[in-house]
Design a protein around this ligand. Structure first.
Ligand code: TXA
Ligand code: MG
Length: 320
């Protein structure tokens, strides 16, 4: 259904009630989490979840994360191995998604899990998101609220840039505090890092008392490399650059002279929170070539570097 009049709802009681009512009625509502804005729909509705894939132009083979307001609700949908329970108790609400075996009678629309026997579950870190889900009275399926293949949105304005006219409303809760998508952990049966993200893997490993196994995101779902260029700005990016070439726009990190800087003080939390907005600014400046300062491969730096590598990966339309 087209929405020439995508509404912007305020993050107050009236806006929240309106957004919850739209979700309960099977409409699409973008909402803020601590990581990025999600494009929400009733996860039990076949039609509403089909509309997510249509609005984003998302391949049907790519399953959606289901958002719930509490661990209790999550336990009604999926089986929690001991390690998963430990992580949920330590880090929920927060930027961690757990991929878990579905429980019989879960009630989720099959397309949410792309027909898999597992579901990605998360309790988002903001009160606003949890209140919205509770008021909607249903689990909320929500991928990042961007057209497939583009940079995830960290503000309501970003959401409208990509999806205005394609969704019923966006709930405007201001900029996202974390700024990177959630860390995804699966259990097959060893705890496995499926996507680095807003919760540093060091924190997860400290909680488990052992290292996470590594696997590429989506490896069992898609051909290797298929999802590589995933967070793409229009500009071509070169990473780990100390001295940019003439004509390259430098995205700095730390005290370097650069027109754009993820964090002049070299703070990884600040860099995570500003990364996606900065990639959008490149496009707004019409930059065709950009270079990025080295970012340390520790803590949130791992997820920042992962997103930068995807943004820098060759694209299908590139000349061979
Ligand atoms: O922070 C986030 O995770 C945000 C906010 C809105 O919660 N959501 C998000 O969703 O980033 P999305 O759809 O952009 O990324 C979800 C990733 C996809 O790569 C998908 O393949 C993977 O999670 N995923 C979801 N369910 C899965 C499952 N059952 N098995 C394996 N991977 C799964
Ligand atoms: Mg996404």
């Amino acid at each position: 259904m087209p929405h020439p009049d995508t509404r912007t709802l305020a993050a107050d009681d009236a806006g929240l009630a309106e957004a919850a009512g739209l979700l309960a009625a099977g409409r699409l509502v973008a909402f803020p989490t601590e990581t990025v804005y999600g494009l929400g729909a009733d996860a039990r509705s076949d039609e509403a979840t089909a509309a997510i894939f249509a609005a984003k132009n998302r391949p049907q083979t790519n399953p959606l994360i289901v958002h719930v307001e509490s661990l209790d609700r999550a336990r009604g949908l999926a089986e929690f191995p001991a390690d998963a329970l430990r992580l949920a108790e330590a880090f929920w609400p927060g930027p961690l998604t757990l991929v878990l075996p579905l429980k019989p009678g879960h009630g989720l629309a099959p397309r949410v899990t792309a027909g898999l026997g597992t579901v990605g579950l998360r309790v988002p870190g903001t009160d606003l998101a949890r209140r919205l889900i509770a008021a909607a009275g249903t689990p909320v399926a929500a991928p990042s609220a961007n057209p497939s293949g583009r940079v995830s949105p960290t503000s309501a304005a970003h959401v409208l840039q990509g999806l205005s006219g394609r969704i019923a409303a966006v709930l405007d809760g201001g900029p996202c505090a974390v700024g990177l998508e959630s860390t995804i952990v699966g259990f097959d049966p060893e705890p496995t890092l499926l996507r680095p993200g807003g919760l540093p893997s060091e924190a997860i490993e400290a909680c488990l008392g052992r290292a996470l196994a590594l696997r590429t995101e989506g490896a069992p779902l898609t051909a290797p490399g298929q999802m590589e260029s995933h967070y793409a700005p229009a500009a071509h990016l070169r990473l780990n650059v100390i001295a940019p070439d003439p004509g390259e726009t430098l995205i700095g990190f730390g005290p370097v002279a650069a027109p754009l800087n993820l964090s002049p003080s070299g703070d990884l939390h600040e860099a995570a929170a500003t990364l996606f907005h900065t990639l959008r600014l490149l496009d707004e400046r019409g930059a065709t070539r950009a270079a990025v300062s080295p970012i340390p491969e520790v803590g949130l730096g791992r997820a920042i570097n992962d997103r930068l590598r995807r943004a820098a990966a060759p694209r299908p339309q590139d000349p061979a």
